[in-house]
Design a protein around this ligand. Sequence first.
Ligand SMILES: Cc1cc2nc3c(=O)[nH]c(=O)nc-3n(C[C@H](O)[C@H](O)[C@H](O)COP(=O)(O)OP(=O)(O)OC[C@H]3O[C@@H](n4cnc5c(N)ncnc54)[C@H](O)[C@@H]3O)c2cc1C
Length: 453
Amino acid sequence: MDRPLRVAVIGSGPSGMYAADALVNQTAIPVSVDVIDRLPVPFGLVRYGVAPDHLSIRSVRDTLDKTLDKPGVRFIGNLEVGRDISMASLHDYFDAIVLTYGASRDRRLDIPGEDLDGSIAATDFVAWYCGHPDADRATFERLLPTATSAVVVGVGNVAIDVTRVLAKTVGELDHTDMPQHVLETLRASNLTDIHLLGRRGPAQATFTTKELKELGELLEADVVVDPADLAFDEASEQAIATDKAIARNVEVIREWSRREQTGKPRRVHVHFLARPVELRGDDRVREVVVERTALDGSGGVTGTGVLTTIPADLVVRSVGYRGTALDEVPFDERRGVIPNADGRVQRDGASVPGEYVAGWIKRGPTGIIGTNKKDAAATVASLLDDVQNGTLPKPGNASAEQFDQWLAEHANDVVTTQGWRSIDEAERALGQSAGRPRTTIHDTDALLAASRG
Ligand SMILES: Cc1cc2nc3c(=O)[nH]c(=O)nc-3n(C[C@H](O)[C@H](O)[C@H](O)COP(=O)(O)OP(=O)(O)OC[C@H]3O[C@@H](n4cnc5c(N)ncnc54)[C@H](O)[C@@H]3O)c2cc1C
């Protein structure tokens, strides 16, 4: 080929940025990469998922950002594949497409009352407090000041993030980059009790100990655990004996169960062996009906039929994320991922020429940020093998210049790397004016205005 290989990476979250990095870091094949995102800003869930008060994890974006400075890499934001540009057009303009568009939909509980007002998905709550442009600000400004008791369903790290943000004081959050209106709404919160609900036992929960511990160190919230929830069957005992992370978690929870409440204005109640079976209310959710569960000896639980209720005028459902289909791209509805073999997109058992996949939309929503690095590198290795073996489709009908011309025609809408740098500067300046390192700009129009300097 007498020109660099042209690759479009769809999604600028960790997997997209790591894929771009792996493509331009190798020297065997000259490559140019356009990283396309539907949002005006890069970095996906590192910006719109990772908890704002976890500053060191959020600083991963500084590492991801360095890739945008590398020769051959361009960011093209505010361009949604499937809405603003089709896969067919991308195949015309690029030799290969790497799909890294993540898994952004929430999983459902499938219980009665789930759609009552006041019952919200963690995906929406997280998006709101991180300043995602699609977040429904009005709903949270209405719900938070009028709620006194919240139930968070789920015992993963996202459920812990949500619980912590609900339980913290604004003083514990105002060093973050949360948008100012989010801090103001949290300041107006009247929550006194936050219940975290896990259907399995302490030995089956999937938190990391560091995150778990933070719930016991809150300035204005006591953590409360009923000693009766510390139930362990043989499978649990074995898990504790063989898995240090589980043993550490159980130790933290055991220590909490011995604590006296100190009279702080908020309480975080951590419940195990409790599964929600119904949300009840009127014009809004008022209580959660909870069934006691029992360990079944093999890591799962069964219902006991014993029901209790927890008052709740806010319910946050945090039972996982799920991928969605993209027009013209094969999709496994059951697993919520794009079917692939070593990162090569599969249709009817054969690879789709020139289409690859990495990250959450390849594996499902599992692993930590770093997991996407190895995963993206493996996909890029498959792509480069296909180039070497001559199995990529023939170069598209339209040339690189034609895509640049298409971009120039849409210049008012898309955000380039330069535009992102201007947004970055504007957010830092906005933060400094309020004595913070950065304040997230949450509104699409304001982001686009900032991108134009
Ligand atoms: C609430 C939450 C907290 C987390 N906290 C941590 C943590 O503390 N530590 C940790 O290691 N991991 C954490 N994770 C996991 C981590 O964020 C993921 O592993 C990682 O973001 C997945 O990367 P990805 O690139 O596959 O997807 P994403 O990060 O979701 O990126 C996908 C990108 O694709 C874009 N996109 C979507 N559709 C289109 C389209 N049609 N056209 C163009 N672009 C599109 C999106 O705008 C987005 O920018 C957390 C996840 C969540 C949900």
